[in-house]
Design a binder for this molecule. Structure first.
Ligand SMILES: Nc1ncnc2c1ncn2[C@@H]1O[C@H](COP(=O)(O)OP(=O)(O)OP(=O)(O)O)[C@@H](O)[C@H]1O
Ligand SMILES: [Mg+2]
Length: 451
C-alpha cells in the first residue's frame, strides 16, 4: 500500500485467463493494485516480493488446490486476508476454506460488484485489525517496576527527564537489566506516546540489509527492491525509534546515522527526496562503547550524539535492595497466591543473578508453575534457581573486585561453604561431599564464621 493512490494490493490466483483479466481490470479501476498468477507455484514469488493485503484464491487450481494452499500456509496469512473464489459446485469446499482461515468466499457467478464488496470488507477489517494492534500496544499497562534502591530513584528521575524532552537517549547495561523496558517507558511517558514505538535490533539484521531497513528504499534502488518501501525512520514518525544493540552497526553506516541525527533528515536509498526525521531516537547496548571507540569499532562523534541523556543500568547484584520488591511485584502480577519464606528471600538477595531482572522474572515464573505449596522455602529456591557449580565458581565475588589471589580464593571458598551448608544438614555429609576431613571442615567453618 506504499502508493497513496492505491487502496491495497490484491493477488488474483486463477487458472482462467479471462477471469484473471476481467477481475484485474475491474479492480484496477477501483483503485486497487492487482497482481495475477495462474497457479500457486507462480504466486509464491509474488508473495515473497510484495506486501499483499488480499489474495483472491481460486479453489480449483492445477497442481495445488486452494484448500491445500490454505492448509499449508495457516500461520503465514495472519496479515493477509484470503478470499476464496469458488465455482458453483464447490460451496462445501468454500465452507471448509473458511474453517481453515479464509476471510470469506465469493462465487464466480456472483456479480463483480458483489466481489468488490467482499474485497472492500476484507480490507476494512485488515485496517481495523492493524489499528487495534497499535491501540493494544499503547494501552498495555506499564511494565516498568521501580525499585527502592538509591540507584532506582536516580533511574526514575532520568526516565522522567528523558520523557519531558526529545533528546537522544543512550541506555547501557548488562543483558536483562531492563534496557528495553526503560526505552518503552520513556516513550509511553513522553509527548510522543500516541505515536509508534519502533524497535530495531541492529545485531539481528545482516549488515547489508540494515541500511535499507532504516532508511527505506525506492523501487529499483538495488536488486530485489521491487517496490518502494518505508524504512524504520519513517515508520517511527511521530513516535520513537529504539536502536537496540547499537554497537553492532557497521562503521560505514555509523557515519550515515550520525548525519541523520545531526540534520534530522534522511534520504531513502535510490531516492532524491530528502525526508524529515520526526522520531525520538533511543539507543541501547550491553557493550562498553568507550572501549569500542578505543578499539576503532565505534565512532566517537556518534557516541556523543547518542549519549545526550545517559541511562546506565546497574546489574542486579549491585542493587540488591531492589530484589525483594521486584520479587514481590512479579509474584503479584502472576496472580498466584504464593509467598517466599524469609530465608528463601535471603538466598535470593545474596544470589548474583547473572541474567539480571530477566532471570529473576523467569525464576518467579518457575516458582509459580512448579511450586507445590503456597510457601516457597529455601530448599525450593535452591532447586528452582538451578544453582550449578558454574555459577558458584565463575561469578566474581561481590566483596571487592580487585584483590590478591589468596583473598579471592578465600572469598570463593567461603561462598561455596555457605552454599553447601545451606543445602545439607549434617557435617558428616558435608565433609564427605567436599572430600575433606571433618576436623578440617570445622576449622574452615570457624575461620569463616559460618554457623
Ligand atoms: N524495571 C523492570 N520492571 C519490570 N520488568 C522488568 C524491569 N526490568 C526488566 N524487566 C523484565 O526483564 C526482562 C528483560 O528486560 P529487557 O528486555 O528490558 O532487558 P534488556 O536490558 O533489554 O536485555 P537484553 O540486553 O538481553 O536485550 C523483560 O522480561 C522485562 O519485562
Ligand atoms: Mg534488550
Amino acid at each position: 500500500m506504499e502508493n497513496k493512490d492505491n487502496r491495497g494490493t490484491i493477488l488474483v490466483v486463477d487458472d482462467d485467463l479471462s477471469v484473471r483479466e476481467l477481475i484485474k481490470n475491474f479492480l484496477e479501476k477501483n483503485s486497487y493494485r492487482v497482481l495475477i498468477s495462474e497457479n500457486w507455484i507462480k504466486a509464491e514469488p509474488l508473495i515473497l516480493k510484495n506486501k499483499i493485503d488480499i489474495i483472491l484464491l481460486d479453489i480449483n487450481l492445477p497442481f495445488k488446490s486452494g484448500i491445500e494452499v490454505l492448509k499449508e500456509n495457516k500461520d503465514r496469512f495472519l496479515d493477509t486476508k484470503v478470499i476464496i473464489f469458488s465455482g458453483k459446485n464447490d460451496i462445501e469446499l468454500a465452507v471448509e476454506a473458511i474453517k481453515l482461515g479464509a476471510f470469506d468466499y465469493v462465487q464466480k457467478t456472483d456479480s463483480i460488484e458483489k466481489i468488490l464488496k467482499v474485497i472492500d470488507n476484507a480490507l476494512k477489517l485488515k485496517v481495523l485489525e492493524e489499528e487495534n494492534k497499535i491501540l493494544k500496544k499503547n494501552l498495555a499497562p506499564l511494565k516498568y517496576i521501580k525499585g527502592i534502591s538509591k540507584f532506582s530513584e536516580e533511574i526514575d528521575k532520568l526516565i522522567k527527564t528523558a520523557a519531558r524532552t526529545d533528546a537522544t537517549v543512550l541506555i547501557t547495561g548488562e543483558n536483562g537489566t531492563g534496557k528495553q523496558v526503560v526505552a518503552e517507558t520513556i516513550h509511553s511517558m513522553s509527548l510522543r506516546k500516541h505515536g509508534p514505538f519502533i524497535d530495531i535490533n541492529c545485531a539481528a539484521i545482516p549488515e547489508t540489509l540494515l541500511e535499507s531497513e532504516l532508511f527505506g528504499y525506492k523501487k529499483g534502488a538495488f536488486t530485489g527492491a521491487y517496490q518502494d518501501t518505508k524504512g524504520k525512520f519513517e515508520a517511527a514518525s511521530g513516535g520513537t525509534i529504539f536502536l537496540d544493540e547499537i554497537s553492532e552497526i557497521p562503521i560505514s553506516l555509523q557515519a550515515k546515522l550520525l548525519k541523520v541525527i545531526e540534520n534530522k533528515e534522511f534520504t531513502p536509498l535510490g531516492s532524491t527526496q530528502v525526508k524529515k526525521l520526526n522520531a525520538r531516537i533511543i539507543a541501547a547496548t550491553n557493550k562498553n562503547l568507550e572501549e569500542e571507540i578505543s578499539n576503532g569499532k565505534f565512532r566517537q562523534d556518534l557516541f556523543y550524539r547518542l549519549n545526550v541523556i545517559n541511562i546506565s543500568l546497574l546489574p542486579l547484584r549491585e542493587r540488591r535492595d531492589d530484589i525483594p520488591i521486584l520479587l514481590e511485584r512479579f509474584i503479584n502480577s502472576s496472580g498466584k497466591d504464593i509467598k517466599l519464606s524469609k530465608d528463601a528471600i535471603q538466598i535470593l538477595i545474596e544470589y548474583d543473578w547473572p541474567g539480571n531482572i530477566r532471570e529473576l522474572k523467569n525464576f518467579v515464573e518457575r516458582c509459580t508453575v512448579m511450586s507445590e505449596s503456597e510457601l516457597i522455602t529455601k530448599d525450593d529456591v535452591i532447586k528452582f534457581l538451578n544453582l550449578r557449580k558454574n555459577n558458584i565458581f565463575l561469578s566474581i565475588p561481590n566483596c571487592h573486585n580487585i584483590m590478591p589471589l589468596k583473598e579471592f580464593l578465600e572469598c570463593k571458598e567461603k561462598e561455596y561453604l555457605e552454599f553447601i551448608v545451606s543445602r545439607y544438614k549434617y557435617k558428616k555429609e558435608i565433609a564427605r561431599i567436599l572430600n575433606i576431613e571433618r576436623t578440617a571442615l570445622y576449622r574452615k567453618l570457624k575461620k569463616y564464621n559460618i554457623q
